[in-house]
Design a protein around this ligand. Structure first.
Ligand SMILES: Nc1ncnc2c1ncn2[C@@H]1O[C@H](COP(=O)(O)OP(=O)(O)O[C@H]2O[C@H](CO)[C@@H](O)[C@H](O)[C@H]2O)[C@@H](O)[C@H]1O
Length: 484
């Protein structure tokens, strides 16, 4: 089978969050399952910026392609590079100077037009390329119009009508809701502006289109796949998701075991494995030095996150003064909403000996934190899968999480009697329970026998892509069977 994987972010070319990690890793593991995979992404400015750092070269394949059904004269070019670490994964970059020239991935003149242009361009590119794809695998709202196009204006196209589509929802919180006028720009037929189409409370909703028209849908953990069909987590699309529940699956993300390996990771200070776990402390000491924290053996809590409501920062705000009563250090790396950046800045000013607040995007510092911290905090309000807790587990850093979505599927509460479990957590979205979980983790940190068991359980948790890649192959087969 040949798969066209379509995404706005792909590591290492351009990364904002977890989506990039998934699309940068999954194709390598699909190759191991015998699949042929090509990636399609926008040619963001970041792709050039990262090229020398990651050593990839880019060549032009085709130029000046227009898209007949769009209300624009803009044309696109196709460039090609290779996914580092893969055998044969082509990465096709869709280039257009007007839509994709912003410094950041999710910036530009008009996010709706940009996503429409990209989605349509991918289909026109596929028509042009020599490859025959069995599946188009789209990710999140930016690429969700692709299944809509396939089932409407391309439904009789000789090449495209034979391709099945799969939509992966990485985050239901972002849907791409815009004014109905974009229907015209996109060249979509009027009948789609209806309750059975992409109409959504008087506007249009790109993700809804993907949910209704993709042959098969999945999200990134089994628990989240269940949760999003409820009113509480459904973000007003629970009804639509329930309509498609027979075709809705949950496949847990994996992590790239080659890229994220404490034994070989060049970004951390000192490499280690389970047998040399005492070296983890050297990492902590060197991180304390780099960040200007007192070099002491105190429990260090790490947090690496986009600073947005999803991540449970409001309940954190309620307890951090209490957490600061303990002898701890707290290292934050993140960027996001101003109210949260200010909240952390204030904590840093109030407790300079305890807090290191790093309001920036820095993948090297992120690795150093995963390797150096003793605990990793992720009290998310909702979490489709979550990668931070998985990287932490792999580096022997004990997660403290809210048991929701993928966090509930990967972190198991430590049981001191059986010595099973790899972390700590709570269920009710309430700061008192969060505080209790943090206190529990801090207590066991001082119980050497238990902490050793926790680290062992964490580092031996199976988080590899191998199993999940097999699940994706099954998903592709299901999708393919729908159009034959
Ligand atoms: N300031 C910073 N500097 C450096 N690195 C930073 C950073 N801020 C965040 N990161 C990195 O970005 C990634 C975040 O991934 P997550 O999966 O935890 O959350 P995200 O909400 O972005 O992803 C969404 O998609 C993924 C993929 O499916 C789901 O796992 C998740 O639940 C869903 O919300 C991690 O690799 C983290 O290290």
């Amino acid at each position: 089978m040949r798969i066209a994987m379509v995404s706005y972010e792909v590591y290492p070319f351009a990364k904002v969050g977890g989506l990039a990690d998934v699309v940068g890793a999954l194709p390598k593991y699909l190759e191991k399952q015998g699949m042929a995979v090509d990636i399609f992404m926008p040619y963001h400015k970041k792709v050039d910026e990262n090229s020398s750092k990651f050593g990839y070269t880019i060549e032009k394949v085709s130029e000046g392609i227009s898209i007949p059904h769009l209300l624009t004269e803009e044309k696109f070019d196709i460039y090609r590079t290779r996914l580092p670490g893969s055998k044969n994964v082509n990465v096709f970059l869709i280039a257009n100077g007007y839509y994709f020239s912003a410094d950041e991935v999710y910036q530009g003149p008009d996010l709706a037009e940009q996503a429409i242009f990209f989605s349509a361009a991918v289909l026109e590119a596929i028509k042009k390329l020599d490859f025959h794809y069995d599946i188009i695998h789209v990710n999140d709202w930016q690429t969700s119009l692709i299944p809509v196009y396939l089932k409407s204006i391309y439904k009789n196209d000789e090449k495209l009508s034979k391709i099945a589509s799969v939509l992966t929802i990485h985050n239901l919180g972002y849907q791409g809701i815009f004014e109905p006028s974009y229907m015209k720009f996109a060249g979509l037929p009027d009948y789609l502006f209806s309750i059975d189409g992409i109409e959504f409370y008087g506007n249009i909703n790109f993700l809804k289109g993907g949910i209704l028209f993709a042959d098969v849908i999945n999200t990134v953990s089994p628990t989240y796949a269940r949760e999003i069909q409820t009113k509480e987590y459904g973000e007003k699309l629970d009804g639509v998701l329930r309509v498609r529940s027979a075709d809705l699956y949950g496949i847990l993300n994996g992590i790239d075991y080659e890229e994220y390996n404490p034994e070989t990771d060049k970004r951390i200070y000192v490499n280690y494995n389970l047998d040399t776990i005492e070296k983890k402390k050297e990492n902590k000491k060197l991180l304390q030095r780099e960040l200007g924290l007192p070099e002491r053996d105190v429990p260090m809590i790490g947090m690496i996150n986009r600073l947005v409501d999803q991540k449970g920062l409001d309940i954190m705000a309620e307890i951090m003064d209490y957490v600061s009563l303990f002898d701890i250090q707290f290292v934050l790396l993140g960027t996001g909403e101003e109210k949260y950046e200010n909240m952390f800045k204030k904590l840093g000013e109030r407790y300079p000996e305890k807090y290191s607040i790093n309001l920036k995007f820095d993948v090297v510092l992120a690795q150093k934190i995963y390797a150096s911290a003793d605990m990793f905090l992720m009290p998310s309000r909702y979490e489709p899968c979550g990668l931070g807790q998985m990287y932490s587990l792999r580096y022997g850093t004990i997660p403290i999480v809210r048991y929701t979505g993928g966090l509930a599927d990967t972190v198991k509460e430590y049981n001191p009697e059986t010595k099973e479990g790899n972390g700590f957590g709570f269920e009710n979205y309430d700061s008192a329970y969060l505080l209790k979980a943090v206190a529990k983790a801090l207590y066991y940190y001082n119980e050497k026998e238990h902490w050793t068991a926790l680290i062992k359980n964490a580092m031996t948790t199976d988080l590899s892509w191998d199993n999940s890649a097999k699940e994706y192959v099954k998903l592709y087969q299901r999708a393919k069977s729908k159009i034959q």
